[in-house]
Design a protein around this ligand. Structure first.
Ligand code: DC
Length: 223
């Protein structure tokens, strides 16, 4: 049986997860948030104070990590060694840690395999940094979703303010620029637009406009 897949890559804060989730709901597909898996892996390394200096230590640590996902009310839940860590992975610190561990070969090998397995048995919308270039190279549609760093920082700032978190716009923009740099310049699977991906710049678009645009691109792609 043929399973359809939509791959959405792009830098931090471009709106990938909000949009991917909406598209998945509309199409009745499963939404897979691969960043959440790297965040859980980052948590494991920081909870256990494992150094990121030595590749052998990292590879050994990866053997002790079991990451899986389940769904509750359509929301992806990440299970790290038997514990649901969804409540702990959404901080700025977890994002930074995820970006650091995601540059490590052993970490990527483990998570890419899990992601590829998930797409073999479901229609999926998957978002991340290497979905179109590595995880689902045969995806039916590949989108590279971006927005200017200031627009992305403002969106993040508004989300944090709405949650009552004290924050500073220029610090957030700096963190975003640093994270983009790390994700785009690592040796293994750096964030880059796949040759066959369609660029969507969401700077001046609403969430629903982006969602509708991607669904239209997908319907055309599978015609
Ligand atoms: O999408 P996010 O902010 O939750 O991702 C957190 C970090 O994980 C991101 O800075 C880079 C890394 N990541 C990755 O390298 N590959 C992916 N497919 C998804 C995320």
């Amino acid at each position: 049986m043929k399973y359809y897949s939509i791959a959405i890559d792009g830098p931090a804060g471009a709106g990938k997860s909000t949009i991917a989730k909406k598209i998945a709901r509309e199409l009745g597909y499963i939404y897979i948030d691969t960043g959440a898996m790297y965040r859980a892996m980052g948590l494991y390394f920081s909870d256990n104070s494992i150094s990121l200096e030595d590749e052998t230590v990292i590879a050994k640590a990866c053997q002790n990590v079991a990451i899986s996902i389940t769904f509750a009310d359509g929301e992806q839940q990440v299970i790290l060694n038997g514990v649901n860590v969804n409540g702990r992975i959404r901080t700025e610190e977890a994002g930074k840690m995820a970006s650091m561990v995601s540059a490590k070969t052993a970490v990527r090998e483990k998570l890419v395999e899990l992601q590829q397995e998930l797409a073999k048995t479901e229609n999926v919308v998957m978002d991340g940094r290497d979905i179109g270039t590595k995880v689902l190279v045969d995806a039916d549609l590949k989108v590279y979703l971006t927005a200017s760093s200031l627009v992305r920082a403002k969106r993040r700032y508004e989300e944090l303010v709405a949650k009552g978190t004290e924050c500073n716009l220029s610090d957030i923009e700096k963190d975003i620029i640093d994270r983009d740099y790390r994700d785009m310049n690592r040796d293994i699977s750096p964030l880059v637009q796949a040759k066959d991906a369609i660029l969507v710049d969401s700077s001046d678009m609403t969430i629903d406009e982006v969602k509708d645009k991607i669904i239209e691109l997908f319907q055309n792609a599978i015609k």
